[in-house]
Design a protein. Structure first.
Length: 320
């Protein structure tokens, strides 16, 4: 008896022959980046608030996120002309640690009187992303000051995850803190995915936008797979079907720097990871990231570490 096809059968062409299969799955750059930089979300507060409350993040330079579990509130940021109202299930992510306030009052950031709002109850889940400075720059450096995913605009899977987090937050059962940290990791990944899914082509910038760009996608993937190979502009042009001038212009537009400057950044990020690995000989690291000259590697790595330190200081000084 001839058996019917099953989900385990290989796909077939109209002739009945097995269809050719890809040798490897397409590069999932988002997963690779989040894994390489060891991004980790951790819930640090689950405030239940009422009255004229406000949560001020002054002096906090980390990537933060806030999920409004119940009630309403307002988001204040220096670049916003007015406070943004938030509704239950709305998610706010502040990628680069910009100053922001969450409050019960749309005028709270202007130090308006907020007493007498006893009826304004809200529940929040607040967390932070632990990510090395190099990873923050690569992933978040060119993102907008804030990403907001509205509950009524998110896709179904995002909504399911938010509802699960809301239920777990309100239930407050044993093991809840560990579960919320794990769910928040998934939430941050989906938030980045949502941003790049909906951002207009003229708006989206950064490595994930470049990876989805028709002209630069293959090149960006190759650079991340092997930053240590002897890259040159000529070898990059073999992967980007554009002219030399167009490559420079488009790369600068999306990445904020030159192609070779980005290669150097990737090499230094990889070098930092290798230098922290006790199983790797420090003497071998320069060659592993594309440097034949140890002195040149030391100079490049010193500049990289200093730039990372200055970025941290600038972000701390950015708060009003």
């Amino acid at each position: 008896m001839r058996r019917s096809g099953s989900a385990l059968d290989p796909p077939r062409t109209r002739t009945g022959n097995p269809a050719p299969m890809s040798e490897s799955p397409p590069l999932d750059l988002l997963s690779d980046l989040l894994g390489a930089y060891q991004l980790s979300a951790k819930v640090f507060a689950q405030p239940l608030v009422c009255g004229g409350w406000r949560v001020d993040t002054n002096g906090v330079a980390h990537t933060q996120f806030h999920l409004l579990v119940r009630g309403t509130c307002f988001l204040h940021m220096a670049h916003l002309p007015r406070a943004l109202p938030l509704r239950p299930g709305d998610l706010v992510m502040v990628p680069n640690g910009a100053w922001h306030i969450l409050s019960a009052d749309p005028l709270a950031a202007a130090e308006a009187a907020t007493a007498g709002l006893e009826g304004n109850h809200a529940a929040l889940l607040c967390g932070a992303l632990s990510v090395p400075e190099a990873g923050r720059k690569a992933l978040f450096g060119l993102l907008p000051p804030v990403l907001i995913v509205r509950a009524n605009e998110a896709n179904e899977r995002f909504g399911h995850l938010v509802r699960l987090i809301v239920e777990e937050t309100l239930a407050a059962e044993p093991g809840s803190r560990l579960l919320l940290d794990a769910l928040s990791n998934a939430l941050m990944t989906m938030t980045l995915r949502e941003h790049f899914r909906h951002a207009a082509a003229v708006e989206a910038r950064g490595v994930l936008a470049a990876a989805n760009d028709k002209r630069l996608g293959a090149l960006i993937s190759a650079l991340h797979r092997d930053p240590g190979q002897p890259w040159s502009v000529d070898s990059m042009l073999a992967l980007a079907p554009v002219s030399r001038s167009a490559l420079m212009e488009r790369f600068q537009q999306l990445m904020g720097e030159s192609p070779m400057g980005y290669v150097t950044q990737l090499r230094m990020i990889r070098a930092r990871q290798l230098l922290a690995d006790p199983a790797v000989s420090k003497a071998a690291v320069p060659g592993m990231v594309g440097y034949d000259n140890e002195a040149a590697f030391r100079r490049a790595y010193r500049r990289f570490v200093e730039a990372s330190r200055l970025d941290d200081q600038c972000r701390m000084a950015d708060a009003p």
